[in-house]
Design a protein. Structure first.
Length: 115
């Protein structure tokens, strides 16, 4: 089918919706407008928010102190032969990845529960 054929077919007759279509769509829209909103699942969100606040609090304290001595993960490991700064950075990366993975697993388990 060429573009000319398609234009000719669309121009020949006016396309009208079937009878009652507009009314049924408007009734469905009105029904959705009158339906109560879906409530936010606070029972599932509050534990995650509490955990996030507990995890952010030490980071705020350390940033206000200006050093990471409160949560120092540094240690001298002669096997790795990494400097203290490199080991601290590596430990924070491992900590962040572990925390991310644990939160993903926790959220997957919470969403599978039928509460």
């Amino acid at each position: 089918m060429r573009n000319d054929d398609l234009d000719r077919i669309l121009c020949e007759e006016e396309i009208l919706p079937s009878s009652g279509f507009v009314g049924s769509v408007m009734e469905a829209v009105q029904g959705e407008l009158e339906a109560p909103p879906i409530p936010f699942p606070w029972k599932r969100a509050l534990p995650g928010l509490a955990l996030a606040c507990l995890l952010i609090f030490p980071v705020l304290i350390m940033s206000l102190q200006g050093s990471a001595t409160a949560w120092s993960f540094t240690a001298e490991l002669p096997i790795l032969k990494l400097g203290t700064a490199m080991f601290t950075a590596l430990s924070w990366v491992i900590f962040a990845l572990t925390l991310t993975l644990s939160l993903i697993i926790l959220s997957l388990r919470l969403t599978r529960l039928k509460i």
